[in-house]
Design a binder for this molecule. Structure first.
Ligand SMILES: Cc1ncc(COP(=O)(O)O)c(C=O)c1O
Length: 372
């Protein structure tokens, strides 16, 4: 048995006990409220964790890229690609997923309906379709319900496509959990209800209403009409998620283990984790009351990584009396874990200080084969 202290740094470490608790809590919430859990695997990109999600009752998985779907098809037979299937290469890869996989895409344009219909026909396979609505995030999704209904009709007119539901992503709700979120959740709930009713009136019943995120995870049941939710970040959580109260600090399962390499400049310490280990994501949707920067120490959340070069992270020691020695090790909770996971080929799983296992971030990258 190896201990964390023997590992070369920087290295991503997952606390297996915390991971298990995070997976259990979301699965129990889904059961309690009769919601279908379809986790977004973009956070972990690892078949091993996907298997654990399925074993805990997930109805299927959500992916963003064709490569994620290809990798996850080995462990799950019900995949949603929640990204517009635009471009024949992307649509072709989706339609070429193994036969036994029930594939659904989320889309918001007639052009993408045509593209995925062509790919589905060429592959002779059924593809389910969720029509995506913009209910406040203003990223993708149709803002006008009649236009969404027109897209659903276009889907119906193009077998082997099958209209199976509607989707939205409440990425605009990143306020603190509780009263700061409640007005936005109420508006969202009203909008979802109106959309569902309008589809029903048009004779297009949405069997699935798919939404959900980690910041709104524990209030999903308050959104009228939602049948399925797709949180991703909840498996590991991160500094932003803790900051808004969608998890506790003790629920942060993923850290980057780093070593203090310099204390030569007074009032700061330099670690061997810079932007190539921690990403350069700001705190999102908060006023960064916990103190900006690009991550904070697990054991000393008041110590933030204030600035970075590619391989250097500068710890701000102005809020602590702690003065680390060169060679001391620290664990950094990243601001946005999904991006940090994607910087790594392999993740270490530990219980306490004991290294128990490792697993590949298998769906990392694009999986393109580029012909020259
Ligand atoms: C379409 C979609 N669904 C679900 C999720 C998961 O949300 P979260 O990371 O808040 O758990 C994301 C995240 O980016 C997303 O883009």
């Amino acid at each position: 048995m190896h201990s964390l202290s023997e590992l070369e740094t920087p290295v991503p470490v997952v606390d297996l006990d915390r991971l298990g608790r995070n997976l259990d809590r979301a699965a129990a919430y889904a059961t309690q409220h009769g919601l279908a859990l379809r986790p977004h695997i973009k956070t972990h990109k690892a078949p091993r964790i996907a298997r654990e999600q399925m074993a805990r009752g997930a109805v299927g998985l959500t992916c963003a890229t064709p490569f994620e779907a290809e990798v996850m098809s080995e462990v799950c037979h019900d995949l949603l690609v929640a990204f517009p299937p635009v471009g024949s290469a992307r649509a072709g890869r989706i339609a070429a997923l193994p036969d036994g996989v029930n594939v659904t895409v989320a889309l918001d344009s007639i052009e993408s309906v045509q593209t995925i219909a062509d790919a589905a026909r060429a592959a002779d396979r059924r593809v389910g379709v969720y029509v995506e609505l913009d209910l406040g995030m203003h990223r993708v999704g149709v803002p006008v319900v009649d236009d969404a209904i027109a897209i659903a009709r276009a889907v119906r007119a193009r077998p082997p496509l099958e209209f199976t539901g509607i989707a939205f992503y409440p990425g605009h709700i990143r306020d603190a959990v509780g009263s700061a979120q409640s007005a936005k959740l109420e508006t969202l709930s009203k909008s979802v209800g109106e959309v569902v009713d309008a589809f029903d009136r048009a004779g297009l019943h949405a069997t699935v209403v798919s939404g959900g995120s980690t910041p709104t995870l524990w209030n999903t049941h308050e959104i009228r009409g939602v049948t399925e939710f797709r949180p991703g970040t909840y498996v590991y959580n991160d500094r932003t998620t803790a900051e808004i109260g969608a998890c506790g600090w003790d629920d942060c399962a993923f850290t980057v283990l780093a070593t203090v390499v310099s204390t030569a400049v007074p009032n700061q310490a330099v670690i061997d984790a810079g932007s190539k280990a921690l990403g350069r994501e700001p705190m999102r949707g908060t006023d960064a009351a916990g103190g900006g920067g690009f991550g904070a120490l697990l054991d000393r959340p008041e110590v933030a990584v204030a600035s970075m070069s590619e391989e250097h992270g500068i710890l701000d020691l102005s809020k602590t009396a702690w003065r680390p020695a060169v060679g001391e090790r620290v664990r950094v909770v990243p601001n946005h874990v999904c991006v940090v996971v994607h910087l790594n080929d392999v993740v270490v799983g530990a219980r306490g200080d004991v290294v128990e296992t490792t697993w590949p971030v298998a769906a990392r990258g694009r999986g393109y084969s580029i012909a020259v």
